[in-house]
Design a protein around this ligand. Structure first.
Ligand code: IMP
Ligand code: MG
Length: 171
């Protein structure tokens, strides 16, 4: 049986999202913010984050997937494109976790073709050890060296997304 070891509590997550939400609110004053969540892993983080952003903004979703089990397949598959017009607007991409950075750099590349005024990245977890691409993460809630984590939207083979906090998964 896989073992789940508590890593980040619901309370810690809540406090950090409040802080990051306030920062984003300040930074985007007077801008035309569109918050774009990356499916599926960001859906819970996105829902909590946007409720801490108190300036007007719009929300969209993109779908991209690269993982099977605990390792990246290296292939990024786009499963959903944004619905909103992003041209000339200020896009904030919201991810659950940046690991190798491959998924996000592909998404950023494809978003750039839509000619937004700016693109920034906000991630719940910034996992640095396996980073392969030079990617600038603008807002990170938590930094982690290594490990495979689940809960609060993050999955292992589509399971554990519903856990209310973040756990280390030991297989
Ligand atoms: P990257 O392309 O290697 O940066 O992978 C990013 C994607 O891999 C994330 O959106 C997650 O879906 C998945 N991923 C990477 N590390 C973990 C982890 O520790 N737990 C769960 N999913 C992960
Ligand atoms: Mg995943």
């Amino acid at each position: 049986m896989p073992e789940l070891i508590p890593l980040i509590s619901r309370q810690e997550i809540k406090e950090k999202i409040q802080e990051i939400g306030q920062k984003i609110t300040q930074d985007y004053k007077g801008l035309d913010l569109v918050v774009v969540g990356v499916l599926k892993g960001s859906f819970i983080f996105l829902a909590d984050l946007v409720r801490q952003i108190t300036i007007d903004h719009e929300i969209d979703l993109v779908g991209a997937s690269s993982y099977e089990g605990t390792s990246s397949t290296g292939q990024i598959v786009f499963t959903k494109q944004p619905d909103l017009e992003l041209k000339g607007r200020d896009v904030l991409l919201v991810e659950d976790i940046v690991d190798t950075g491959r998924t996000l750099s592909k998404i950023v590349e494809s978003m750039q073709e839509l000619n937004p005024r700016s693109i920034k990245i906000c991630t719940l977890i910034n996992k640095s050890e396996r980073r392969e691409t030079q990617i600038n993460v603008d807002y990170s809630c938590f930094c982690l060296d290594k490990g495979f984590i689940v809960g609060y939207g993050l999955d292992y083979n589509e399971k554990y997304r519903n856990l209310p906090a973040i756990f280390d998964l030991k297989l």
